[in-house]
Design a protein around this ligand. Structure first.
Ligand code: SRM
Ligand code: SF4
Length: 590
């Protein structure tokens, strides 16, 4: 099996020796990364977190604990807007904690919504952030309230276990799983897999929920992960064609549902997708996952465990930047990887079955569930729910949650579905949506509806440029350019990330801006709208006037030369304005 050339990538010629399971070997160095030592010494993720939390002299936790707390679903951050000022005042940075939920497929009840809203208002910065992985994030929780916040989240029957860290993360599922019985079945498999792949350590329950301590952790074991867990994060998504809203090929493990006569026949399996890259480091690059075959539903736990443990045993534990599954497969070859996975599974994968994706966006507005229930997808810009001026989004959704009898579903595009609404409740919800200006989906054009932005400044410690805070302004300027060409109604997918790590999956945007420095971005172009072709670098390190000038001229060429229904990315590729690597064929026929 070979993959087409990837232009994001410059060659890395590191040859890995063959390791036996459990061995940690890498030719570049004989030492493991420091995070590996921290995990190893942590007594299964306990570290000195209790002591860190008890230390009232600082708003921070101990350095090693900053690595461990991620496994519990939290990151230590500091307000970057205040960094200089506080440095001048000789104060420590304004430390606070981001907390992320584990919510497989992003489904919560109205009661849970109200609890999350209350937590955001009481402990965080009065906003809920819907993520690209169907989770909620709270920002700005201070150390002395961290434990109470996690307790409140758990009291709502939502946890944050393994929401971050070197483990399997929140499992994505196509966001409209209520349209058919098979969608619901897929969701159920995903939720059960998420549970199955959770770490077994009781550290979380002891530290945050005061469960009795098991001395030294000896009595517990971590059979799937071992003492050092995975070399790096691991991500799974379940797609239900024809929608690829989960961007299934961006994940370490992708499960593409195959429905036959409306029933779930099984899943096509893709492996080795990932977005992360570092500027100027040619050994890191985004990659699409590759199909390795088909499994029945009852084989999905086995294949997931086999892929995960192969990565556990052969992933790079020295260079964290190359510790993702995509590089393990690049370095050892897909044929090797597939046979190792099959050996662990004890069965051979069947040939992948045909499937076709139509798009990777969300469908806004009301959708008929054809079972007497309706689903309303709202546009939530950058996934941020707060009250600002007339846009009283947090309050509005609180009001809706008070009367809603169905559930809420987060989409992998940072939007929100008010799902399972009885026909007679639609008018009430419509009125609340309009009263709180949650009706952007009615007012905005397709560029604004489909755009994604990562969090970036001020909370993200890795941001090099703005993303979420810049998006509304940028969209206004681009909408004006599109309007000039009569392209207002053409769906064009734009994604912006404050750095090359790719949290908004920007390498799958028809237009993407990747933060390089304050006010400066790399302009990437040419992905499709199905999540099946990566874009390519067009202009490097450019400022806003240059971005607008460049896109203005490309929009003009597109308006003049496009075929009916031809996407912007497809047009740019047809005209050889950008030359991305070949992607996954539109129709995949085994
Ligand atoms: Fe991400 C790190 C936010 C989805 C690739 N990501 C971060 C951190 C935690 C920064 C850090 O390490 O200090 C960001 C916190 C910002 C903040 O202040 O909240 C962050 N990532 C996000 C979210 C909130 C973006 C969003 O706007 O929705 C998403 C939360 C997902 C979730 O609920 O679990 C988020 N991150 C992604 C995705 C998209 C996806 O998974 O579908 C990717 C690309 C896919 C992938 O993993 O390949 C992604 N995040 C990264 C990376 C690069 C990983 C790599 O392979 O190199 C980092 C950096 C790292 O891990 O060292 C990162
Ligand atoms: Fe932060 Fe970079 Fe992720 Fe944006 S892409 S949230 S800047 S790590």
């Amino acid at each position: 099996m070979t993959r087409p050339p990837n232009l994001h990538k410059q060659e890395c010629n590191v040859a890995f020796p063959f390791a036996t399971p459990g061995q940690i070997t890498h030719p570049m160095s004989t030492s493991t990364s420091s995070i590996e030592s921290i995990k190893q010494a942590s007594q299964r993720l306990r570290g000195s977190l209790r002591e860190s939390l008890a230390d009232a002299h600082t708003g921070a936790i101990r350095a090693d604990d900053t690595a461990l707390i991620k496994f519990h679903g939290s990151y230590q951050q500091d307000d970057r807007d205040l960094r200089d000022e506080r440095r001048q005042q000789k104060l420590e940075p304004a430390y606070s904690f981001m907390i992320r939920t584990r919510t497989p497929g992003g489904v919560v009840t109205p009661r849970q919504w109200l609890a999350l809203d209350a937590i955001a208002t009481r402990y965080a910065n009065a906003s809920l952030r819907l993520t690209t992985r169907q989770a909620f994030q709270f920002h700005g929780v201070i150390k002395r309230e961290l434990k109470a916040t996690l307790q409140a989240i758990n009291a709502s029957l939502i946890d944050t276990v393994a929401a971050c860290g070197d483990v399997n993360r929140n499992v994505l599922v196509s966001a409209n799983p209520v349209e058919s019985q098979a969608h619901a079945v897929v969701h159920d498999w995903a939720a059960r897999l998420s549970e199955h792949l959770k770490p077994k350590s009781r550290a979380y329950y002891e530290i945050w929920l005061d469960e009795e301590h098991i001395a030294g952790g000896e009595a517990e074991s971590e059979p799937m992960y071992g003492e050092t867990y995975l070399p790096r994060k691991f991500k799974i998504a379940f797609a239900v064609p024809p929608t690829n809203d989960v961007d299934v090929f961006a994940h370490d493990l992708g499960c593409i549902a195959v429905l036959e006569d409306g029933e779930l026949a099984g899943f096509n399996i893709s492996v080795g997708g990932g977005m992360g890259a570092s500027h100027g480091d040619a050994t890191t690059y985004p990659l699409l996952g590759q199909l390795i075959g088909f499994v029945r539903p009852d084989q999905v736990f086995t294949i997931a465990e086999a892929v995960l443990t192969t990565q556990r045993d052969f992933g790079n534990r020295v260079e964290r930047k190359r510790a993702r599954l995509k590089y393990t497969i690049e370095d050892r070859g897909l044929d090797w990887f597939k046979s190792e996975v099959e050996r662990r599974c004890g069965f051979t994968l069947a040939r992948a079955r045909p499937f076709a994706f139509e798009h990777n966006g969300d469908r806004f507005g009301w959708i008929d569930g054809h079972d007497g229930r309706w689903h309303l997808t709202l546009r939530i810009e950058s996934g941020r729910i707060a009250d600002h001026g007339e846009a009283m989004h947090l309050s509005g959704l609180r009001e809706i949650a008070r009367s809603h009898r169905g559930d809420f579903r987060l989409t992998p595009n940072q939007n929100l579905v008010i799902a399972n609404v009885e026909a007679e409740d639609r008018a009430t919800i419509d009125a609340l949506v309009a009263a709180h200006r949650l009706d952007l989906y009615r007012r905005a054009g397709p560029l604004r509806l489909n755009a994604l932005a990562c969090v970036a400044l001020p909370s993200c410690g890795l941001a090099m440029a703005e993303a979420e805070r810049y998006l509304p302004d940028l969209l206004g300027k681009l909408e004006a350019l599109l309007g000039k060409q009569g392209l207002d109604d053409v769906p064009i997918h734009l994604r912006i990330s404050g750095c090359p790590n790719g949290c908004s999956r920007p390498y799958l945007g028809e237009i993407a801006l990747i933060g390089k420095a304050p006010g400066r971005y790399n302009l990437m172009l040419g992905a499709d709208r199905r999540g099946q072709r990566l874009n390519a670098l067009h202009r490097e390190n450019i400022d806003e006037p240059t971005i607008l000038e460049e896109l203005d001229s490309l929009f003009a060429r597109y308006a003049a030369g496009r075929k009916p229904d031809e996407g912007f990315g497809d047009f740019l590729v047809r005209y050889a304005i950008v030359r991305p690597a070949a992607g996954i064929p539109v129709q995949v026929i085994a």
